[in-house]
Design a protein around this ligand. Structure first.
Ligand SMILES: Nc1ncnc2c1ncn2[C@@H]1O[C@H](COP(=O)(O)OP(=O)(O)OP(=O)(O)O)[C@@H](O)[C@H]1O
Length: 305
């Protein structure tokens, strides 16, 4: 198996005099779900439009299963399935009729394959129902089924959870994970809300002002991650003074409780030190900072909607 299904190198998009996408570089591995995260206007849709051949590339390249989108456009694009704008489905036709209709547009999609994609997205029981009666989540799944008809190795979904309720989000998450894990499809999902997609992603790439500012592996063991620790210590002033001299501790707030940031593994040592200095420990509460908080810190904003 190749190490990466999709490789983006030095991708740039200039519109007029504005550099909208700047030197994008990342790879997506086989069977991986990659989250493409950034606030509105960061450049997610523009990047995705270049990846799926809907928009010209100013410089750089997108290589899919070894095929450059610039040099071997047809081969590269045949490996991609995508929902970029809202999937165009006919509400007066059943799910099955819609898929038959789209199957006619690509070469070599068999009846068997149509049944297979229906199973993949779990729409067996609703496939004879008119799409007009589908929930938004079911429509999204039908859209995914359509994008998978020609058996692509990469599936690209722009904001797939947009407008879905929590149960719809859970459904999409489940089918996307299944596609990646059981069928080895590489999936790229974009979102401006990390909380909606972090559970389905193996890695995330954070984009801001057209640049990737961080790539984060969500499967890494996180024991060593920095925690926010709330401490109740007496006498407080003496405790704060001691903490100020601790190299591995960063004081965040002392107005009410004492709040610090530190590695969880350093907590026992700190407590030993406090006790040795005759400080009484009434409470220690370690809270891992959520990915959402880390993300907001990275993009330097408190509100991203
Ligand atoms: N055709 C265009 N001409 C000029 N500027 C454009 C054009 N298309 C996009 N932009 C600008 O490029 C930037 C990135 O837009 P893009 O739609 O890719 O962001 P996004 O991350 O997908 O945001 P959203 O989540 O709001 O869709 C924005 O500042 C947008 O105004």
């Amino acid at each position: 198996m190749p190490e990466s299904t999709l490789t983006i190198t030095g991708l740039n998009k200039k519109i007029g005099r504005k550099n909208i996408i700047k030197d994008l570089d990342f790879t997506v591995r086989p069977g991986e779900v990659f989250g493409f995260i950034g606030p509105n206007g960061a450049g997610k849709t523009t990047s995705i439009r270049m990846m799926v051949g809907l928009m010209g590339i100013t410089s750089g390249d997108v290589v899919i299963q070894g095929n450059s989108i610039k040099k071997n456009y047809k081969e590269a694009i045949s490996e991609v399935g995508a929902i970029v704008e809202n999937p165009e489905m006919y509400p007066f036709m059943t799910g099955w009729q819609n898929l038959k209709h789209f199957a006619r547009m690509s070469d070599g999609v068999t009846q068997e394959r149509i049944k297979e994609v229906i199973r993949l997205v779990g729409l067996e029981n609703a496939i004879k129902t008119k799409v007009g009666k589908y929930s938004l989540g079911m429509r999204q799944r039908l859209g995914i089924a359509q994008a998978l008809l020609h058996n692509p190795s990469v599936l690209i979904l722009d904001e797939p959870t947009n407008g879905l309720d929590p149960s719809g989000i859970r459904e999409i998450r489940r089918y996307i994970r299944k596609l990646a894990v059981e069928d080895g499809v590489s999936v790229i999902v974009s979102s401006h809300l990390l909380s909606e997609i972090d559970l389905m992603c193996d890695r995330i790439g954070v984009i801001k002002n057209g640049e990737i500012i961080a790539i984060k592996d969500l499967n890494e063991a996180d024991d060593a991650k920095v925690h926010t620790v709330n401490l109740i210590l007496e006498p407080k002033d003496q405790a704060v003074e001691l903490l100020q001299h601790e190299e591995k501790v960063k004081i965040v707030d002392t107005s009410d409780q004492i709040r610090v940031e530190m590695d969880k593994s350093d907590i026992p040592q700190l407590i030993t030190r406090l006790v040795a200095e005759d400080i009484e420990v009434y409470g220690v509460d370690a809270v891992k900072s959520t990915l959402e908080e880390q993300f907001l810190e990275m993009i330097g904003e408190n509100v991203i909607e």
